[in-house]
Structures are given as C-alpha cells and as structure tokens.
Write a protein that binds this ligand. Structure first.
Ligand SMILES: NC(=O)c1ccc[n+]([C@@H]2O[C@H](COP(=O)([O-])OP(=O)(O)OC[C@H]3O[C@@H](n4cnc5c(N)ncnc54)[C@H](OP(=O)(O)O)[C@@H]3O)[C@@H](O)[C@H]2O)c1
Length: 380
C-alpha cells in the first residue's frame, strides 16, 4: 500500500458485523494505519493471536486420498521464512485459502517496452509521488489504483497522462490530467497511441491490476483459465474437495462484511450443518453462474467480479440461503451505492464525507451538511 493511501470505502463498509470501529474514529474514510489497527483490535479482542503462525511460507497443499472414503486430508508443506532450506509437513482435515488476490502484478505485453529508457513501475511497488517530481508520466490502466495514483502523482509531476479504455470514467476527474487511449507499444522515450501518435514521457506506471495465483496448489487441484478458477462452487468451495475453501476469489466488493459471511458458511460446511449439493449440481451451478455473467455483458475474465450492479448482494443472499442464516443488512447495499455514485461524481472530495449507520436499513450523512453533489439515498 502506498504512503498516503486512504481507504476507498467508509469504515461502516469495512467492518465485521458485530465488531464496530473504535468510537474515537470520527472520520469515515480511514488511513491504512487506522484500518490495520482495526484488524489488530479484532485479533486482540477475540484473543486469536495465539492461533496465528507468522513467518510461515506455505510451499505445497495437496490432497491425501483415504482408501474407501470420499473425504481427503491435506498435506501441507511449510518452511519458516527465516530457514527456507528446511521444510516441514503437517496434515490437516481442511484448508481455508486466504492468500489474497492483489499481489501477483499484471503487466501487459507492450511492444518495445524493453527499449524504454525511463522509469517503469507497477503500482504494487508505488509508494511516494515524489519519485515523479518534474517528470512527464503515463499511467496505464485506470480503475481504483490508476485513478488514485494519477491524482497523487499529478501533484508532483510536470504532466500526467492517464491511459485507459473505460467507457464509464468519472466525469469529475481532474481536467489537468489528460486522458488518452490505452497504448500497446512504446519507444525509447515514450508511448505510442493506437492512431500512431507518439507521446514523450519520462516514466510509465502500470496500474493494470493483478492476476490470480495459487503457487502452492497443483494443476490437478485447480485450474485458472483467463482468470476463471475451476472447479469452484459459489466462488468459494472446491467442488471435488469441499474441505478446501477459498476466501480470496471474489473481486471488487466490500470485503470485510463478506469475509464474515464466508467464515459463517465455512464453519457450517466443515461441521456438517450445511449439506452441499451433489458434485454434478455444483458443477452445473458454477457453469450457470459463468454463463449468466456473459449474458449480462461481462467479459470471461470477470468470472469472479462482484463490483457491478447489485451482484455482491445477490451473491450474499445465495450464501446466506445455503448456510441458513440471514443475509447482510440492506443498509450496506444502500451505503455502497451512495458512496460509489459519490466517487464517480466527486472523485477529488468524496472521502471528506462521514456517514453513520442508524439502523438495519438506514444511515445518515454527518457532513459536510448540504454540500453533497448527489441526492442522498439515506433513509435515516
Ligand atoms: N484507496 C483504496 O482503498 C484503494 C486504492 C486502489 C486500489 N484499491 C483496491 O485494490 C484492488 C485492485 O485495484 P486496481 O485498480 O489495482 O486493479 P483493478 O481493479 O484490477 O484494475 C486494473 C485496471 O487496469 C485495466 N487494464 C489492465 N490491462 C490494461 C491494458 N493493457 N490497457 C488498459 N487498461 C488495462 C483493467 O481494465 P479491464 O478490467 O478492462 O481489463 C482495470 O480497469 C481493488 O480491490 C481496489 O478496490 C483500493
């Protein structure tokens, strides 16, 4: 995370249900340090630090078949990160994969990139805008990171070009940052646009996102095809080995509340309270989900994307039904829609607003009174 990162959703959407943020925090949009403090508070409150084994590199996770049984155990090969030449093996009944999905950076294949004499970095390694002082900079890719990073760099750089292919780019984006189409080739001192025009730049920042990677799972356990992971039921449960559960597959949603729901469902599956459908039914459900996404206009690479329309809430209802517990409260969806609209219409100031959840279905905006750019959906 970069130095001046502020969370892009308010703290009420970054909360485990039943564990509110400290009352001392008056602002809704937290810094990365404040968000880390919340996680540490959670760990201390539930006294779970003793269950966390740090400095542990997981090398391999493989199923061990038990003769005469449909269930498997898991052989987990680990190393202490301070003694990587030593390996140990432990056997578990189940494995929950929580290894994140924003660490394996994606840099597209750009013709001529090797000739470029300027700086090239991926946003994963971006920390300070000062690195770009006085430079002409091209940012490729403009989703959350590309938007944030280009606005930060623009405060130090001579000129920033944000290069993207989005059709729904925020109209409130600063006009001094020039928007250009995505480029697929570079020269020794610049980028080449699709119409052949060359733009001279001193640095290129790739904000092109990340790709799934599970280096500890072999290809006969999971397959990744153009960012679609199979065989997985409900973006979470391994269809052939339901004791292998993933918490890191859905992209672009409000992570913390959903992680709580994942945890509830995982416990119910593992202790047998939730009975899963047959392997064939789960395969069909997974395929139907993929096909319905294509019908709704998503590209195949968005097989696990949750960030459009009401997709994450529909999905939450499916998980809740499977687990036999109530879905997340509707206030989260209302607040999510509001803050997404606000970011779109007011990208330079949206994080100045503060919110308060007032009920199961209601919230209010605390400030700045009356200056919201859009009609508030708050019902409280
Ligand atoms: N302040 C914050 O809290 C904060 C800030 C930044 C990021 N984040 C989080 O970090 C996660 C990752 O965000 P991210 O923005 O780094 O990744 P991302 O959401 O995957 O976005 C990557 C963008 O790059 C585009 N792209 C990829 N290849 C491209 C190419 N060759 N030419 C043009 N565009 C290209 C993608 O377009 P396609 O999708 O069309 O391929 C996409 O729009 C998100 O969950 C986000 O919420 C949080």
């Amino acid at each position: 995370m970069y130095d001046k990162l502020k969370m892009n959703i308010p703290k009420d959407l970054k909360e485990f249900p039943g564990f509110p943020h400290s009352k001392e925090l008056k602002r809704s949009y937290l810094t990365r340090q404040e968000s880390l403090q919340y996680l540490n508070d959670f760990i201390d409150h539930f006294n779970i630090r003793k269950n966390i084994k740090v400095h542990t590199y997981v090398r391999d996770v493989s199923p061990i078949k038990i003769p005469g049984s449909k269930t498997v155990k898991w052989n987990v090969v680990i190393s202490d990160t301070r003694k990587l030449d030593e390996v140990q093996t432990e056997i578990f009944d189940s494995v929950i994969v929580c290894s994140g999905h924003d660490w394996n950076e994606y840099i597209p294949n750009i013709q001529g990139m090797g000739e470029f004499k300027g700086k090239i970095i991926h946003s994963r390694d971006y920390r300070h805008a000062e690195l770009f002082e006085g430079l002409n900079v091209a940012v490729l890719g403009a989703h959350y990171t590309g938007e944030d990073v280009s606005m930060q760099i623009a405060k130090q750089a001579k000129k920033v070009y944000v290069c993207h292919s989005r059709t729904n780019f925020p109209p409130s984006f600063p006009k001094d940052i020039e928007q250009l189409p995505s480029f697929t080739s570079m020269t020794k001192d610049g980028i080449v646009l699709p119409d052949g025009r060359e733009v001279k730049v001193d640095a290129v920042v790739f904000c092109t996102g990340y790709r799934y990677s599970f280096p500890f799972l072999k290809n006969d356990v999971i397959q990744i095809n153009d960012e679609r992971i199979t065989p997985i039921y409900k973006h979470m449960i391994h269809i052939k080995y339901p004791s292998l559960i993933f918490f890191n597959i859905p992209r672009q949603w409000t992570y913390f509340p959903h992680f709580n729901e994942f945890a509830k469902l995982a416990v119910r599956i593992l202790d047998g309270r939730t009975k899963l459908p047959t392997e064939e039914e789960m395969m069909k459900d997974s395929e139907d989900d993929f096909q319905s996404r294509l019908k709704e206009g998503l590209i195949p690479r968005y097989a696990h994307y949750m960030g459009d329309i009401d997709r994450q809430w529909r999905y939450n209802e499916e998980l809740a039904k499977l687990g036999g517990f109530p879905p997340l409260p509707p206030v989260l969806e209302k607040l999510w829609d509001d803050i997404m609209d606000e970011r779109y219409m007011n990208i330079t100031h949206n994080t100045e607003f503060n919110y308060e959840v007032t009920g199961h279905d209601s919230y209010r905006i605390l400030n700045p009174e009356g200056s919201k750019t859009r009609l508030s959906k708050a019902s409280g």
